[in-house]
Design a protein around this ligand. Structure first.
Ligand code: IVH
Length: 677
């Protein structure tokens, strides 16, 4: 009897899942619901009850998962199979003409173009396998992003199971997640009621929402999505407009309208632009321009990409919003590395929906270029950045007897005379070891997640430890004992022991993080990794000559000079010595050899891969005795090609008779295929 019931329940679960997805589609995509919210909720509750009874039939794509609830600690990094590039921006009809000229020159004619709105949100890639939602990834740095699948599942307009059956077995749909203005206003009204600071704008709120760790909280944010491209190794419709129509039939939310026009009539485009700009305030969501794209996908392929963006598309952005206000004062901020940033203090003014009181002035050159004076009426603009900038002065309103601005000569925090290196725009406070914001900034950087990752040591605790004289520089952290915290407020025994444990654990961080944590000017995470891979040890980096440093991949004179002067400074030497004594890693871990299958072979890696990042592929080759070269030549033994290997490289390899291996073929050479599945 029970078996019969179970079979019926199973059928009912399947029916409910399909039914609820269909209602979801009708509600979120078609905007034509046929049942009431109450009926929908009743079906959902029935499904949830059944699912609770049969955990063995759990399905990550069940509509019940849309309510969220899972809490993640961090987001997994995922490599993109097709790089996630950005668009080049244009702001004038001249730049737009140049874009068309370049296309015409490359093709000999002007192809059909599509115009779309440029939604102001967050780019995401949605991966589908066999018609089922598999993963959602943020753009990140274009090469790899964060896995935000749990959060994306809560968006009603993201289909979890696709309709029809004509989809490629594996593909990615990309689009923009945004927060409609009404939803944004509602969230802010609630925040105000709760005494919380309102959010700045819909875009940042959307982006912050997708990074929340509690998907249940994300489900409460009325986020939405527009899909603007499909990517697959399998065949797709021949043009962008057909691809989007296809995507619509599969159940995606695709923008309602696109305008197809011929690019030999930029006036038509201008008209489209003007109409869109007029429409802008009435749209229920924010846009920041229009996107103009070649429609035909073969033609796109012919045009190809630059390093950062496709040659077949361009964003034509609206002029940034501007406001005119008075400059009351210029103050100077001191950063962690001692870099000075001038900041304009303005008479508060309303700009793009927020009140602006401060604006960035970048550096002394910019102030001089603008001939900025206190009391001036200045133009403030808000572009893509969060901090507005001062872009010009209204000279007609300049007060009489105003005086040119004298840039700060001394550090506002410690009074030391500022310095400026030849060729650099920024001024610096050279008092690295005693200037308070630099002391604190250096410590904050040292303990931060991407550096030594010492949990529980937030800015406030560090500030307290610095103010009470317990620590002054990073190496002091390693001298702390439970007794050092005696008499400090808000520091219980448990907190203290967690802190000491965290500090102790940080000693196992690899050398590349230690190098990054030192806070050498211009040595970010990537540069630290490159230096570490090239030199292998702290000792070798310290002793490196300028020429040897310049030999490192991606390292130019400014970085090389900065590294040299850091290690030449006696104070820094003392600090580095103290860190070495504390037991931090100062040597790169030898790459463990895993085999000799590629001994003596030189391979070139090109494109992006399904199971590995490009660097991981290179590492894999090296671990098996192979060498990695950057360009294809007669000496290359094979090219390991990802999904989007450049046509030029492919041609060269074919011409030279160099074999091209897929990711799977490489694995087969290494005897890895089977286990990696
Ligand atoms: S197509 C190669 N179409 O703008 C990138 N992007 O700077 C092709 N965006 O990352 C993107 N609306 O997040 C495209 N209709 C649209 C868009 C759009 C907004 C965003 C997207 C992209 C950024 C480009």
């Amino acid at each position: 009897m029970k078996a019969v019931n179970a079979a019926e329940d199973r059928q009912r679960i399947q029916w409910l899942r399909q039914e609820l997805e269909e209602h979801n589609h009708r509600y979120y995509i078609l905007d034509q619901p046929i049942i009431s919210d109450i009926e929908f909720d009743a079906l959902m509750r029935e499904l949830q009850d059944l699912e609770a009874r049969y955990p063995e039939w759990e399905d990550p794509n069940s509509p019940s998962k849309r309510v969220g609830g899972g809490v993640v600690k961090g987001f997994e990094t995922v490599y993109h199979q097709w790089p996630m590039l950005s668009l080049s921006n244009t702001y004038s009809i001249e730049e737009l003409r140049e874009f068309f000229d370049r296309i015409e020159k490359a093709l000999g004619h002007l192809p059909e173009m599509v115009c779309e709105l440029k939604y102001d949100g967050v780019a995401v890639g949605l991966r589908y396998r066999e018609g089922q939602f598999e993963r959602a990834v943020t753009r990140g740095d274009g090469e790899k992003g964060d896995d935000i699948s749990e959060n994306i599942r809560t968006l009603g307009s993201v289909p979890l199971c696709l309709k029809e059956h004509s989809w490629p077995a594996y593909f990615e749909a990309r689009g923009e997640v945004y927060l409609p203005r009404a939803g944004f206003d509602k969230i802010n009204a609630e925040r105000l009621e709760q005494g919380l600071e309102p959010f700045a704008n819909p875009r940042n709120t959307a982006s912050g929402s997708l990074k929340m760790q509690d998907s249940g909280a994300v489900a409460k944010r009325p986020l939405d999505i527009f899909i603007y491209s499909l990517h697959s190794d399998e065949p797709l419709p021949a043009s962008h407009s057909e691809a989007l129509e296809q995507a619509r039939r599969w159940g995606f939310r695709v923008p309602p309208a696109q305008w197809i026009c011929l690019s030999d009539r930029p006036d038509e485009l201008m008209e489209f632009m003007a109409r869109t700009e007029a429409l802008r305030p009435q749209l229920p969501f924010d846009i920041d321009g229009v996107v103009i794209k070649v429609n035909n996908l073969d033609i796109r392929q012919k045009l190809g990409f630059t390093a950062k963006s496709p040659r077949w598309a361009v964003a034509y952005k609206f002029q940034a919003e501007q406001a005119l206000t008075r400059l009351n004062e210029v103050v100077y901020q001191v950063g962690r590395t001692g870099a000075i940033t001038p900041v304009a203090q303005l008479e508060p003014v309303l700009l793009a929906g927020t009140t602006v009181k401060r604006a960035s002035l970048h550096n002394a050159d910019q102030i001089e270029k603008l001939d900025l004076r206190v009391g001036d009426w200045v133009y403030v603009e808000k572009g893509g950045e969060i901090i507005p900038k001062v872009t010009g002065v209204e000279l007609d309103r300049r007060p009489e007897h105003s005086q040119p601005l004298h840039y700060a000569t001394h550090c506002p925090e410690c009074g030391t005379a500022l310095e400026r290196n030849p060729g650099e725009a920024q001024h610096y406070c050279p008092n690295r070891l005693e200037c308070p914001p630099q002391i604190l900034g250096r410590l904050e950087h040292f303990v931060s997640r991407k550096a030594m990752d010492i949990e529980g040591l937030g800015g406030e605790t560090l500030d307290l430890l610095v103010r009470t004289g317990k620590i002054h520089r990073p190496s002091d952290l390693y001298t702390l004992s439970p007794a050092s915290f005696d008499g400090l407020e808000r520091m219980g025994a448990k907190t203290i022991s967690n802190l000491i444990d965290g500090i102790e654990r940080s000693k196992s961080q690899p050398f590349e993080r230690v190098l990054f944590a030192l806070g050498i000017r211009h040595v970010g995470e990537t540069v630290a990794k490159k230096l570490c891979a090239h030199f292998g040890s702290l000792q070798a980096i310290r002793q490196a000559t300028q020429e040897e440093l310049l030999d490192t991949e991606e390292i130019g004179t400014v970085i090389a000079e900065s590294v040299r002067s850091f290690f030449a400074d006696p104070e820094q030497q003392r600090e580095v010595e103290a860190l070495v004594r504390a037991g931090l890693h100062t040597e790169a871990v030898e790459k463990v050899r895993e085999g000799n299958a590629l001994e003596g072979l030189t391979l070139v890696v090109s494109g992006s891969f399904e199971r590995y990042g490009r660097d991981e592929i290179k590492e894999l080759i090296e671990k098996h005795g192979g060498k990695v070269a950057s360009g294809v030549s007669a000496k290359t033994h094979a090219v390991v090609a990802g999904s989007d290997m450049g046509p030029a490289k492919r041609k060269k390899a074919t011409d030279l008779g160099v074999p091209i291996w897929s990711e799977a073929e490489l694995e087969a050479h290494l005897g890895l295929g089977a286990e990696q599945g």
